[in-house]
Design a protein around this ligand. Structure first.
Ligand code: NAD
Ligand code: UDP
Length: 334
């Protein structure tokens, strides 16, 4: 029995592959390497001492998927493959709808043809849209303010409808802000070009690739005026996926579950924690707000504890230490 991991050479996928292998699962990866490199595979092998079957293919390619399902005894799928840059999705909405929606529909069709019913999907806190109240609970109304967010929301709706036909077991994992890296320093986040997200930006300033951090606004109604988010260590997040696969195997239906810590950290707090962990000064300037950024986002994480018996273990300091180890050992990425 194997777990198929789509997007398994990406940031969250690669860390999840390590946790799956460490928990004794057999895995098969499909990734078209649009946003990742094969070097990752060697690193996963180095950490776990285990072999991985890898297919360089697109999840939209039904023939390729069918061949993989014919060759391997796949009982569960974790579907990470997707495009995730909010700004790019506004510029190229069709690219996002095509890649994210078609890959998911294809995957479900091939799973169905092969009697595979367990699906864990990478969703996001972005599906709560512009929620006014925090923390975010899974039963709050959904929405989205950009094409990327809409792909996650629409896919959730599609999977909820499909699950109503019976016989499926779908877990929609809504991630908050994954940061950090494996503590070996061998795998981590390696964004293309100038990072959009706060943590990779800070770590690239620390390593000298970027000059200074721009803090997007210090006039929000938060503790120090800067944006507050629920950062979660990518290894904690990955362990949540292992639990979600186990849950899917034992249940039917469709459940949405937040994966967050329930704690909010401001931009300046994260910067300070990173300075402490790295011993590097992070020069910064305050600039205007970034369009569309809410002041505060954090999860209620009770459902994950109840259903999956999972909760985050690592704090902000550990997230910064592990990011720094990865970034300083791999200043240019993979
Ligand atoms: P990533 O870009 O590092 O990984 C995604 C992987 O999918 C890449 O390796 C890419 O090459 C691959 N891929 C994309 N389209 C594909 C296709 N059609 N066929 C085959 N492979 C394809 O991103 P990540 O940060 O690891 O995110 C994984 C998933 O989690 C994504 O679906 C993303 O939207 C979701 N997510 C990420 C975050 C975050 O902050 N990183 C937050 C919420 C949700
Ligand atoms: N942020 C910032 N400078 C940056 C990138 C992000 O001040 O270069 C802020 C952003 O306004 C938000 C927080 O950091 O308050 C987290 O942003 P990120 O893009 O990492 O995550 P998201 O906005 O998707 O939650």
């Amino acid at each position: 029995m194997s777990v198929l991991v789509t997007g398994g050479t990406g940031y969250i996928g690669s860390h999840t592959c390590v946790e799956l292998l460490n928990s004794g699962e057999d895995i098969v990866i499909i990734d078209n390497l649009y946003n990742s490199k094969t070097e990752v595979l060697e690193r996963i092998k180095k950490i776990t001492g285990k072999d991985i079957t890898f297919y360089n293919a697109d999840v939209r390619d039904k023939a390729a998927l069918t061949e993989i399902f014919n060759k391997h005894n796949i009982d569960s799928v974790i579907h990470f493959a997707g495009l995730k840059a909010v700004g790019e999705s506004v510029e190229k909405p069709m690219l996002y709808y095509d890649n994210n929606l078609i890959s998911t529909i294809n995957l479900c069709e091939v799973m169905k043809e092969h009697g595979c019913k367990n699906l864990v999907f990478s969703s996001s806190a972005t599906v709560y849209g512009n929620a006014e109240k925090m923390p975010l609970y899974e039963d709050m109304p959904l929405g989205a303010i950009n094409p990327y967010g809409k792909t996650k929301w629409f896919i959730e709706e599609i999977l909820r409808d499909e699950a109503k036909t019976g016989n499926w077991s779908v877990v929609l994992l809504r991630y908050f802000n994954p940061i950090g890296a494996h503590e070996s320093g061998l795998i981590g986040e390696d964004p293309n070009g100038i990072p959009n997200n706060l943590m990779p930006y800070i770590s690239q300033v620390a390593v000298g690739r970027l000059k200074e951090l721009s803090v997007f606004g210090n006039d929000y109604p938060t503790k120090d005026g800067t944006g507050v988010r629920d950062y979660i260590h990518v290894v904690d997040l990955s362990k949540g996926h292992v639990k979600a696969v186990e849950y899917a195997r034992e249940h039917t239906g469709c459940e949405a579950i937040n994966l967050g810590t329930g704690t909010g950290t401001s931009v300046l707090e994260l910067k300070d924690a990173f300075e402490k962990a790295s011993g590097k000064k992070i020069p910064f300037k305050i600039v205007g707000r970034r369009a569309g950024d809410p002041p505060t986002v954090y999860a209620n994480a009770d459902k994950a504890k109840k259903l999956l018996n999972w909760q985050a273990e690592y704090d902000i300091n550990k997230m910064c230490e592990d990011t720094w180890r990865w970034q300083s050992k791999n200043p240019k990425g993979y």
